[in-house]
Design a protein. Structure first.
Length: 308
């Protein structure tokens, strides 16, 4: 059994390959074939230990992501098994894979929820997820302008993104960026809403990826109440982890019955964007299905197999 480090995985899958792996996996989930274990957390001495698992019978793989969180940051490992033999196949450093699967899920959701002519992207945050989302969303949408709203390193971050994408990337204040945006990504660790929801323009697509904690919210209840379509990875998990939606439900502005799973969009069981003026939201807390799907695709590619 081989261990693959982040340095070997970086750039192995392109965003389209990752999206295809996720689309297939979410389709399995919607059809009742895939199985996903909720995130489980234990904590002691300032260290949080997390486990989450999934089984994808269509691809023949199952596995788990195990990770820690401390004041020094995160440490991730994915364990991949064969469902046919039951044997462990590989382990992966999963810092890069986590970043890839999260941004690929947002990009997949955007193909159903964003306007096809979306040009202006506003991104809150300046970390790896913010960068990955700019790269992923500009690969699938005709974005020409990116506004960065960051508490630190904004200028350096914007300069790096401009060099990588060839787009006009500027550091902005929150209000003008939000009011101009066709797409808004929130990739922060904020516990509180980042801006008033009434700033959001009609037709905007929102992608919330900053937290998997019930007590944290990057969008206020006004923003959630204005959303015409809301999509999550899996409702049963989101009801315990998607702080944006949990708080909106507690405030009486969200009915969970109008929240769809991403797999339902993939299979056509639920509708994506219907009009140019709809405000749409993909609220991503992250589920193990994404980790195992992308790890399996990486494993196949490392073995020289097709990932189409």
């Amino acid at each position: 059994m081989e261990h693959f480090e982040d340095s070997r995985l970086q750039g192995l899958l392109d965003i389209r390959e990752a999206m295809a792996a996720l689309s297939a996996a979410f389709g399995e989930l919607a059809r009742g074939q895939a199985v996903v274990q909720p995130r489980m957390r234990i904590e002691s001495g300032g260290t949080m230990f997390n486990t989450m698992a999934a089984m994808l019978p269509g691809s023949g793989y199952c596995g788990a992501k195990v990770y820690t969180y401390t004041s020094a940051g995160y440490g991730f490992v994915v364990l991949l098994f064969s469902m046919r033999s039951g044997k462990p196949l590989a382990t992966f450093d999963a810092g890069y894979l986590t970043t890839l699967r999260t941004s690929a899920a947002s990009a997949l959701a955007s193909t159903y929820l964003a306007r096809q002519n979306a040009r202006v992207l506003a991104v809150f945050g300046s970390g790896p997820q913010a960068a990955a989302h700019v790269s992923a969303l500009t690969a699938v949408l005709p974005v020409t302008e990116v506004h960065v709203i960051a508490r630190s390193n904004g200028v350096e971050f914007a300069s790096r993104l401009a060099a990588q994408t060839g787009l006009n990337v500027v550091v902005s204040d929150a209000e003008p960026a939000v009011r101009a945006a066709d797409v808004i990504v929130t990739a922060t660790r904020s516990k509180d809403p980042l801006f008033p929801g009434d700033w959001i323009r009609a037709g905007c697509f929102l992608s919330a990826v900053g937290s998997s904690r019930a007590g944290h919210s990057e969008f206020d209840s006004t923003a959630i109440s204005r959303c015409d379509r809301i999509v999550v990875e899996l409702r049963s998990h989101a009801r315990h982890e998607a702080g944006n939606l949990i708080k909106a439900a507690e405030a009486g502005v969200l009915d969970w019955n109008r929240v769809a799973d991403l797999g339902e969009l993939v299979t056509g069981a639920a509708c994506g964007r219907q009009t140019v003026d709809e405000i749409t939201l993909f609220d991503s807390a992250g589920i193990a299905l994404e980790d195992i799907a992308v790890a399996a695709a990486a494993y196949r590619k490392l073995r020289g197999e097709s990932v189409d």
